[in-house]
Design a protein around this ligand. Structure first.
Ligand code: TRP
Length: 335
């Protein structure tokens, strides 16, 4: 069992935006096109750690699946499914709740951030979110996990859980220790309103992000209105140091043009932001317009999408059930 198995999850809590696309989904597609087995999960169980309107949760699950497909994920090459349809995740998560230590979870910065000041009122699910994430990954004996920088700590916890389980039950190597594949800084896309904050669906202003469902006109408008600074585009990378908005727009351009930031600076140095914004809009539209049209088309075929998730869930069960069964035996549960 030394072949590569990729697992990643995305919360179905709203439209995917450019940051999700360049930072995650585009890489999911690239990994799919290597010969690794890839499993991509819509983590609806994680989504409800904060209250979700049931109709919206359902619709978001369908929309994110449509976006996955429109971006090039294929059910023939990858397994695409929603977490709540595969019960191995929650069963394994319970066992992991008994392996992980409260002290470990108390160190999780995402919980502290998401729970905010009123920690007593956060859901218990939000607190043990990372043990469910460990179960997602280890239920498949996944070896590689593409995630954003912000999930690194959760992945370390997953590794700790795997090691402690293997150790406590004297089953060395039963759970492989998964490796993160962390997004590079080049793919870290920032808000269009504030270049120091990550582009996020939780930021109030729609103008802060480009959604995969945005049409060409709104892409152009959002880029035209994106925050800039009063200086011209420099020629050296070092000169971008305290210019987060300039760095972000140039970084997006470079990623889409598949060229270095140096080459991009060469192309735009000395010009004003208007030129950069015009060309950035063009390249964004040529990349996102086909995706946008495909999402719209797929959203008219809801039964097709529901069927993909059902089939994906069956395949995910087929892989994770025997691993759970073995785990149950190791723990000492009767059949
Ligand atoms: N916590 C991840 C996020 O918010 C989503 C996630 C859930 C995940 N389970 C996972 C990512 C397993 C990778 C592997 O981004």
């Amino acid at each position: 069992m030394d072949s590569k198995l990729v697992f990643s999850g995305v919360q179905p809590t709203g439209n995917l935006h450019l940051g999700n696309y360049l930072g995650a989904v585009k890489r999911f597609v690239e990994l799919q096109d290597t010969n690794a087995m890839c499993i991509y999960c819509l983590v609806d169980l994680h989504a409800i750690t904060n209250w979700q309107d049931p109709k919206e949760l359902r619709q978001n699950t369908i929309e994110v699946t449509a976006a996955f497909l429109a971006c090039g994920l294929r059910q023939e090459n990858s397994i695409i499914f929603n977490q709540s349809q595969v019960s191995t995740h929650t069963e394994l998560a319970w066992i992991f709740n008994c392996v992980a230590r409260i002290g470990w979870l108390n160190r999780m910065t995402q919980f502290k951030e998401k729970a905010g000041k009123n920690r007593e009122n956060a859901s218990l699910g939000l607190y043990c979110y990372p043990t469910l994430m460990a179960a997602d990954i280890l239920a498949y004996h996944a070896t590689h996990v593409p995630v954003g920088e912000d999930q690194k700590q959760h992945l370390e916890l997953t590794r700790d859980i795997a090691m402690k389980f293997n150790n406590d039950f004297k089953t060395p190597g039963f759970f492989p220790i998964p490796e993160p594949i962390i997004e590079g800084t080049a793919t870290r896309i920032m808000s269009l309103r504030d270049g120091t904050k990550k582009m996020s669906k939780s930021e109030a202003s729609e103008m802060s992000r480009i959604n995969l469902t945005d049409d060409s006109d709104s892409i152009r408008k959002k880029i035209q209105k994106a925050k800039t600074d009063p200086f011209e585009i420099p020629s050296e990378k070092e000169e971008l140091a305290n210019r987060p908005e300039a760095e972000n727009l140039l970084g997006i351009y470079a990623t889409l043009a598949d060229q270095s930031i140096e080459k991009t600076l060469e192309q735009f140095s000395g010009s004003d932001f208007k030129k950069l914004k015009d060309e950035l809009s063009d390249i964004l539209i040529s990349e996102l317009d086909p995706i946008n049209k495909e999402i719209k088309k797929l959203l008219n075929e809801e039964t097709y999408i529901v069927e993909i998730l059902r089939k994906g869930s069956d395949k995910a069960s087929d892989i994770s059930q025997p691993i759970l069964q073995k785990t149950r035996e190791i723990v000492g549960f009767l059949k």
